[in-house]
Design a binder for this molecule. Structure first.
Ligand code: GAP
Length: 465
């Protein structure tokens, strides 16, 4: 396995246009990133795969697209206004703020002996005691304050008149838009339990941490499902296990990630969110250790009951066959698209033994560009014209890119680094035999393929539907 650090991935992502620092010309914005041309394609591929597999291919799943701004009472009802917090400490000298749990993790990582302590399981008081006992300091080497709960909901305001504006929140999870639309979905569709509603969209959290690249950002994209069921008809443990299976299969089979880099971690009673009776994290081995990729929680009927109480809404379900009325329970698989993205960059990263080739070995369906088209020489109009015709031939079928800069070796090097599975070169032989060379990213093997058969050849290789 290729050894690398997060810095290696960050540098490649920037160098090749996957991820840029937001507002870089103004010195950047903490924990905020933009996605460049390559990153945009990769993000889109991940979302399309998730949507296809989780929503479109399942008879019991439907999609939704709710707003980022919801009625502020939503967040009071959901418990986020009171309980959506992280443990915060302040450097007593510089007044910079840090997550207490992250300071402890960094401190533990620096110790000679490995510790069995699971920091996520500590209460705020326990973190305070640990910091005091072990004299844990800030990254600047100064003592820190006692940890305090800090609410990470993002506040904003609506209204034109200063002083008369109303407080709103940028959503902290997409899930609440699903719960608040539950009645409308029941009334406007033919769904019956058990069924799930999924959506992909931006969420916002006032995260204090920096330095984990796109792993933890202020603004990020979630793909969440609320799977509603009758707890008297379906055991939650069975559904929970089925969703765990689906999540694992999506990551391993659909995204092509190595199983040895994945593990399940159960949340302890102390760690679980206020709404959950059971939570597991599917963790990925990032360069900074195993960390949460995708969570699955049994949220019971907590959220619907809260909205019934706070909004006075009728969020009960009436069984169309038996007439039985009740408030459904939910299982919630919730993943961050940006974490899937970072995982794919890490899992695909490969260098040969001599460090001559760096390759992102994405599954071909996920690669930002499936092919790259090269005229061997750019000052030979007959080659350029033929290459343009090949580009036009493949472009309607998959994402492709054009390169006529530098020599072929440099072009291959660049395409390997961005994970393009196939490079198509148009050379002098093409003009005589109507064949092109197709060079394979992972093996560097080359095939000579007739242009008339090129599309079906690529279709077979790319496994595209
Ligand atoms: N609705 C449940 C929920 O939001 P969560 O564990 O807080 O649960 C779900 O978030 C997923 O969203 C996480 O597993 C992670 O992949 C992603 N996520 C959470 N906070 C994030 C952040 N600040 N930056 C990037 N992704 C984040």
């Amino acid at each position: 396995m290729t050894e690398f650090t997060l810095d290696t991935i960050t540098a490649l992502a920037k160098r090749r246009g996957f991820v840029y620092q937001t507002s870089e010309i103004y010195g950047g914005l903490a924990s905020s990133y933009d996605y460049g041309p390559l990153g945009t394609e990769l993000l889109r591929n991940i979302k399309n795969k998730w949507w296809q597999e989780m929503i479109r291919e399942k008879a019991d799943m439907i999609g939704l697209d709710s707003q980022i701004l919801l009625h502020p009472q939503t967040w009071v009802a959901s418990g986020h206004v009171d309980s959506f917090t992280d443990p915060l400490v302040e450097d007593k000298v510089t007044h910079k703020r840090y997550r207490a749990d992250h300071l402890i993790e960094t401190w533990l990582a620096k110790q000679k002996e490995t510790s069995a302590l699971v920091v996520e399981e500590l209460t705020v008081d326990e973190m305070g005691a640990f910091i005091a006992e072990n004299k844990v300091l800030s990254p600047d080497g100064n003592p820190v304050t006692e940890p305090k709960e800090f609410n990470i909901l993002f506040e904003t305001a609506v209204g034109a008149i200063e002083g008369a504006k109303s407080k709103l929140y940028l959503r902290g999870e997409t899930a609440q838009g699903i719960f608040t639309n539950f009645r409308q979905v029941l009334d406007s569709t033919r769904v019956k339990l058990p069924f799930g509603i999924g959506q992909i969209g931006k969420s916002f959290r006032n995260e204090i941490t920096t330095g984990q690249f796109v792993f933890r950002t202020l603004e990020f994209e979630q793909a969440e499902i609320e799977y509603f069921f009758d707890p008297e008809q379906a055991g939650w443990q069975t559904l929970f296990a089925e969703w765990q299976q689906r999540m694992w299969e999506f990551v391993v089979n659909t995204l092509g990630v190595r199983e040895e880099n994945l593990r399940w971690r159960r949340h302890s009673d102390k760690e679980r969110s206020h709404y959950s009776r059971e939570t597991y994290d599917l963790d990925y081995r990032f360069p900074f250790g195993f960390k949460e990729l995708w969570g699955v929680a049994y949220r019971t009927d907590y959220d619907l009951q809260q909205h019934i109480q706070h909004a006075g809404a009728k969020l009960n379900y009436k069984d169309p066959f038996t007439g039985k009325q009740f408030v459904p329970h939910v299982i919630e698989p919730a993943v961050g698209i940006n974490r899937l993205f970072l995982m794919l960059l890490c899992d695909a990263y490969w260098q040969d033994a001599e460090n001559k080739r760096t390759v992102l070995r994405f599954k071909p369906e996920l690669a930002p560009y499936k092919t790259a088209v090269f005229p061997l020489l750019r000052n030979k109009p007959e080659l350029v014209q033929k290459a343009q015709a090949v580009y036009q031939l493949v472009a309607p079928h998959h994402t492709t890119t054009w390169d006529d800069r530098g020599n072929i070796g440099k072009r291959y090097y660049y395409q390997d680094e961005i994970g393009t599975p196939f490079c198509i070169t148009i050379d002098f032989e093409t003009l005589e035999t109507n064949t092109v060379t197709v060079r394979h990213r992972d093996t560097t093997a080359q095939d000579r393929v007739n242009v008339d058969q090129l599309l079906s050849y690529l279709q077979n290789q790319l496994n595209l539907t």
